[in-house]
Design a protein around this ligand. Structure first.
Ligand SMILES: C[S@@+](CC[C@H](N)C(=O)[O-])C[C@H]1O[C@@H](n2cnc3c(N)ncnc32)[C@H](O)[C@@H]1O
Length: 342
């Protein structure tokens, strides 16, 4: 009975999320189509639709295995989104203007101390990653972009770790580039006995994360993924969700190397990010357009440089597994306890 009620509410909420996201995509011109936008063929469209539905069904199936599926499924910050909706709409105009001018260097002067690649309005988003106002719009914008499936994709990533983890008691989990704290808070909700630390380069996003998702058991750290402020082997799980596609190649592999360094032998690495060209050749036109339409200057290189060969070549890693959830690739790998035996 309880599960039947869950499924009804789940279906209603997901349908509403899809309709709102789809309508907003059209209204604010997110899904721009012009002569320069390559279109997907019918088969690719169907594959994309099927992947969307499969991801939502897999999410519902996973939620069914959890103690409190309601708590996970309906944890979106609805009140915060409702409050921020007028601002999101108002800002969409500025985003559209910035996009049509191709203007991405509008970050505040205090951004001078940050790496050059970071001092830009990624996704054309106002203030880049430098203000709490930008943080307040971020999760809503991501759900609009992914047609209401962003949380479902993140939960699929979480599920991949939990199913490979024997016990959660006392586990130290570092979420690198935690952004607004959405994924870190999912980890805590799913397993309150895990100690979660969220790290990000944006002080403003961290303030927002603490305010909206903060819990006494969670820690937040201002830091750079390319120089993690922790000793070797400090964490049982290290995750990074939607970070790598935003980094130039050198920084991308430096960040991965840092994640491995702070992972203890036997610990788990989780990387969830966009599909790459080799994962879905049919979607290549969509992936190409994303780089241009959402101001993601390093995304093309990310798509063309598969992560798995690099991970498989690390003597400290074993059992590299890859899965997909809609447009997200989820990679997990275990740090070896004895690299000599690999
Ligand atoms: C696309 S957002 C992803 C946020 C979040 N993980 C999610 O699931 O939505 C990218 C995040 O990476 C952070 N970031 C970018 N470069 C970073 C770096 N070198 N070190 C730490 N965080 C970084 C940004 O501040 C931003 O919060």
């Amino acid at each position: 009975m309880r599960w039947a009620l869950f499924k009804v509410l789940d279906g209603l909420e997901q349908s509403a999320a899809f309709v709102v996201a789809f309508t907003l995509q059209r209204a604010i011109g997110l899904s721009r189509h012009d002569a320069a936008t390559p279109t997907l063929d019918d088969e690719a469209r169907k594959a994309l639709r099927d992947a969307y539905v499969r991801c939502l069904l897999a999410d519902t199936a996973w939620l069914k295995t959890q103690h409190s599926p309601f708590k996970h499924r309906f944890s979106r910050p609805y009140a915060q989104w409702l409050k921020g909706f007028p601002d999101f709409l108002w800002d969409a105009r500025r985003v559209a203007q910035r996009r049509s001018r191709g203007d991405f260097q509008q970050t505040p002067p205090r951004a001078a101390n940050y790496p050059a690649y970071y001092r830009r309005t990624f996704h054309w988003q106002s203030d880049g990653y430098f203000t709490e106002r930008s943080a307040a719009r971020y999760d809503f914008g991501v759900e609009v972009l992914f047609l209401g499936a962003a949380d479902a994709m993140r939960r699929q990533a979480l599920a991949r770790v939990l199913e490979r983890q024997e016990s959660n008691v006392g586990v130290q989990w570092l979420d690198v580039a935690c952004g607004t704290g959405r994924f870190a808070s999912m980890v805590r909700r799913a397993r309150p006995d895990i100690n979660v630390t969220g790290l990000d380069l944006s002080a403003a996003y961290l303030r927002f994360a603490r305010r909206i998702y903060g819990h006494p058991s969670m820690r937040w750290k201002h830091g750079d993924a390319c120089a993690l402020p922790y000793a070797d082997g400090s964490f049982d799980v290290v995750s990074s969700i939607y970070l790598l596609h935003e980094l130039p190649r050198r920084a991308r592999f430096k960040a991965l190397a840092e994640m491995l360094r702070v992972l203890r032998p036997g610990g788990l690495l989780l990387v969830a990010d966009s599909l790459q060209d080799s994962d879905a050749p049919r979607l290549a036109p969509l992936l190409r357009a994303f780089s241009r339409d959402f101001h993601e200057p390093f995304y093309r290189d990310y798509c063309q440089t598969p992560l798995e060969p690099w991970l498989q070549a690390q003597v400290t890693l074993e059992a590299v597994e890859s899965h997909t959830a809609f447009v997200t690739k989820i990679v997990t790998a275990r740090r070896t306890t004895n690299p000599a035996q690999k």
